[in-house]
Design a protein around this ligand. Structure first.
Ligand SMILES: [Zn+2]
Length: 231
């Protein structure tokens, strides 16, 4: 089980690197071993200072829910507080990915929200992609600013920093990262073409129903995320 997870982390790390969703040794990945709140209490996390593209299964370190090193020769990711915070607030989550997707990041640098309810499949699946307040990366503050948003959303942006995507599996968290950056690329193109046109309230309601029918979540999630006052 543990080595299967390590190999899966390496495979996802390579995909993140190939898609240029990080630069140099940025970005980090973790998985929780076992289910439930903290599961077995063990978390596999990528080490600090190694590019995701050259990660090997044996480089990954194991920590406990307080961030104490349980096994591994390398230093744990400097963003481990962010990962531990997510596992603490989301007992449904088994994997966390923090990346620096460039186009989505550019939206937060420009102060342009990524969350207008415009792209139908994103509305139905992710609801919206909110942006947190700014917090210094790799500190308690950097993790705390994301706490409220990640409690309610599977894909968020950290202002002037990067993304956090979570899932019941590593592949699911990775797919949300791809979807997040793809949404940013599409929105950027739409802004260049004169600005994206918003979905009507009626269409938003239909997407909420679709979300419910597909078993992804409640229709009310979408209605709450795309309230007319926020649009
Ligand atoms: Zn970062």
């Amino acid at each position: 089980m543990e080595w299967r997870l390590r190999r899966e982390m390496v495979s996802v790390a390579k995909r993140i690197d190939e898609r240029r969703l990080v630069a140099a040794s940025d970005g980090n990945i973790s998985v929780r071993i076992g289910g439930g709140r903290f599961g077995t209490g063990r978390i596999l996390i990528t080490p600090s200072g190694i590019a995701l593209g050259s990660l090997r299964p044996q480089d990954i370190v194991m920590i406990d829910h307080k961030g104490r090193l349980l096994s591994g020769d390398l230093k744990k990711s400097s963003e481990y507080r962010l990962h531990l915070m997510v596992y603490e607030v989301r007992c449904d989550v088994q994997a966390v990915i923090h990346a620096h997707p460039p186009v989505a990041n550019a939206f937060t640098f420009a102060g342009v929200p990524l969350d207008p309810c415009i792209v139908p499949e994103v509305v139905a699946t992710l609801g919206r992609i909110p942006t947190s307040d700014y917090g210094t990366p790799a500190t308690d503050e950097g993790a705390t600013v994301a706490r409220e948003l990640i409690a309610e959303h599977d894909a968020i942006m950290l202002q002037r920093h990067g993304s956090v995507t979570v899932g019941e599996s590593l592949v699911s968290a990775y797919h949300k990262l791809e979807k997040l950056e793809h949404t940013a690329e599409v929105l950027l193109a739409a802004y260049q073409l004169g600005g994206p046109k918003k979905l009507s309230q009626e269409e938003i309601e239909k997407l909420g129903k679709l979300r419910e029918d597909l078993g992804i979540g409640a229709a009310s999630d979408v209605l709450r995320a795309c309230r007319p006052a926020d649009r």
